[in-house]
Design a protein. Sequence first.
Length: 368
Amino acid sequence: MDTPPLPSSTVDTQAEVARRHPGHDPSGGGNLPEIEPMTFSVLGRFFAVPLLIIGSIVGGAVLVVFLFGAPAAPEARGVDELLRSLETSTGQKSMGMLLPQDKEHWQTGLELTLRLQSKVDALTAEELDEVDARLGRLVTQELESTLLSPTGEEAALSQEANPPTRFEFLIRSLGLTGRPAAIAPLIEVIRSRREPFVSVAMQQLGECASIPEVRGAIEPVLQTLARSDRPESKLLACTVLSVIAVPSDGHVVQALESARLAEDGEVAWSAALALARLGSPAGKSTLMDLLDRPFWESGDRYRTTDAKGQELRYPMPPGRIETLLIAAIDAASNLQDADLWEMIERLKSDPSPGVRSAATQAIEAREG
C-alpha cells in the first residue's frame, strides 16, 4: 500500500528516497542492484515489524486458507456484499476456535482486505467514502465490544502462530480506503490501548501519512511509545512517528531521544533511525553502530521471545544485517554529519551488493 508523497516539510519523502536510490552505478562499472523505494511498509520490514504486525495479516491469511479453505473468488462478490456480510456477523470464537456458522463471515474480512488491497484504485471517491463510513462504524462497534469483554479474543496477544482476528481485518481494510474519515476510528483504537489492535491501527496510520488529519495521531502514538510494555508496539510507534511527524515537532524528537536512551535492541535502533529521518542528530552514537557491519556481526544481536515468554538470543542473520545497514544508510543520509558520511563511504566496499548500492547512491545524491 503505497501512499502519495508526504508533505514537503517531512524529511524522508518517498520521492526523495526514490531519487537517492535510482539503481545506477556512477562509476560506470555496470548497474548496481536497484534499492526498493522507502515506503512505510519497507521501513517496517527494516525493523522486524513484519514478523509481528504486518505478517500477522499477510501470513495469517495463508494460515486461514490452509485451515478453513480459500475465501470466495475475489470477483465473485462485490465490496458492498462483503460489507453487508460483515455487518451481520460478529466472527466470535468458542474455546479459541471460530464457530462453524461464523467461519465464512470471518473469511469475509480476509477477502475484503485482499479486495481493497488490490482494487482500491478502481473504486470511485464516492464508493470509497461509503466503504470508509461503513467500516468506520464496524471498527467503532467492535472496539466498544472488546472494551466490554476483556477476556474475549482481543485479550490474546497476537503471535506468529495465531491467525489474525476479524477485528484486525476490519482495521486494515479501513486503513486501505485511504480516506480522511478513516483516521478518527484508527486513532480511537490506539487510545483504547488494546493490543494487538493498537499495533495494527498504528501501521495503517503510517500508511496514511499523506493525509493531513493523520497528525492527530501523534499524541496517541507518543503515549503508546511511553506506556506500552510491548517492544513491538514501541518499535512500531517510533517508525510511525518518523513519517507522520515533521522536524519542527520538538516534543516528538524529545520523546524519540528518550526512547533511544531508555530502551535497548531494536526499539533503541528504531528511535535513532526515526530521529535521523526527522533531521535530528541526537541519535548519532547509535547510528555509528548501525552503520558498522562488525557491530552487527558481533554478539547475539538478534532477540526473540518463545511461546513461554522466554527471551532467546542469536547471531544476527546475514540477510537481516543487510536490510538494517541499508536502513541506517537511508536514515543517516538525512544528516550532514562528517562522521556518519565517512561510515557510509566505507560501506561502498561492503560484501553485500545491496549495501554497496545503497551507499554509492546516497553519496551520489549528496554530491549531486
